[in-house]
Design a protein around this ligand. Structure first.
Ligand SMILES: Nc1ncnc2c1ncn2[C@@H]1O[C@H](COP(=O)(O)OP(=O)(O)OP(=O)(O)O)[C@@H](O)[C@H]1O
Ligand SMILES: [Mg+2]
Length: 313
């Protein structure tokens, strides 16, 4: 069982505390999304995890060991971090050099190219690759040793919708095989369909560590109501204790409640309905609330903050 554990990790660059007393874990068989805005400390954390930066204090371990304590870390951890491509080198040669340095055979190169679905460009120079193609080659490189742990910094960046779908399915399959998959992103909604667990940081500090189910369960359902009797309908809902916000026009509004409840209540009040549409779960607005630097960090990052206030207009 290869768990990734971040324990009271801190990293200072001079005056800047990039990572502050951060603790969380990523577990085998699960995809963990590591989220936070630009500059929140994601890459710094992942770099410490794979021995590219030294913690100021605290530890980052894989299977209880620091990266530098592994004799052959590449066989345990596949890593995708920015850059590292020689533009004049062909994709296959890039992988061949890596394969030689980590001691795996040519068969793994073909498997990795196949994994990244980048075999068609194997003999092209990386300098001519698109962002998405480089991302796929990076993912192929991370899978060279068929490792039980994958640490991927922004793997969704630069992928087209088809590529995102491919990566989602691929990471799901890898986790289902029992691997530990930790990927960073700054778009919570983008990881909604991939991640089992979510870790959100802001300003180097932990804001939330929860399962995706726990997180989405915290979202208040809301419904768009369109009716020629908007004022009457709004009053009936407010009288029943619901929060109502303005919609796009005079005949519609948004109410924080489940569609069934709203429909029944307005039906009893004899209101004519032209539309009753459950709103998309507003994960993104929850995310913005969680990473708001003005908000105090939650006492219990697994539970707080307990409420959301979806914007209605
Ligand atoms: N080598 C360094 N020297 C000085 N400051 C650094 C260094 N590396 C990172 N930082 C600072 O640490 C903070 C966290 O940066 P980091 O790259 O970890 O953020 P991130 O969450 O990965 O952001 P992004 O979403 O933009 O990739 C930033 O303030 C950054 O400027
Ligand atoms: Mg980064």
């Amino acid at each position: 069982m290869t768990t990734v554990a971040i324990d009271r990790l801190t990293k200072r660059f001079g005056q800047i505390e990039a990572v502050s007393d951060l603790s969380f874990s990523a577990k085998p068989g699960r995809v963990t999304a590591f989220l936070g805005p630009n500059g929140s400390g994601k890459t710094t954390t992942l770099r410490m995890l794979v021995g590219l930066a030294d913690p100021t204090s605290g530890t980052a371990t894989i299977d209880g060991r620091r990266y530098c304590e592994f004799e052959q870390p590449f066989h345990t951890v596949g890593v995708l971090l920015d850059g590292g491509f020689h533009p004049g080198r062909r994709a296959r040669d890039h992988l061949r050099i890596l394969a030689t340095s980590v001691g795996v055979g040519n068969d793994r190169i073909d498997a990795a190219l196949e994994f990244g679905e980048i075999g068609y460009a194997a003999s092209r120079r990386v300098g001519g690759f698109s962002t998405g193609m480089k991302q796929r080659l990076g993912l192929a490189a991370a899978m060279l040793t068929d490792p039980p742990v994958l640490i991927l910094d922004e793997p969704l960046n630069g992928l087209d919708p088809e590529g995102i779908q491919w990566l989602r399915q691929t990471l799901r399959n890898l986790a289902d095989e029992g691997r530990t998959v930790l990927l960073s992103s700054h778009v919570l909604a983008e990881t909604e369909q991939i991640a089992d667990d979510v870790v959100i940081i802001s300003g180097g500090k932990l804001r939330v560590e929860a399962s995706m189910n726990e997180l989405t369960g915290r979202l208040t359902p809301s419904v768009r109501v369109r009716t020629p009797q908007a004022a009457e309908a709004g009053k009936a809902l407010i009288d029943a204790g619901h929060v109502v916000a303005a919609g796009d026009g005079p005949d519609d509004f948004i109410v924080e409640a489940a569609a069934s409840e709203v429909g029944e209540l307005l039906g009893r009040a004899g209101i004519v309905l032209h539309e009753l549409t459950p709103q998309q779960k507003r994960l993104e607005s929850l995310y913005f609330q969680l990473v708001d630097p003005a908000a105090p960090p939650p006492d219990d990052p697994g539970l707080a903050p307990a409420t959301t206030s979806p914007e209605g207009s």
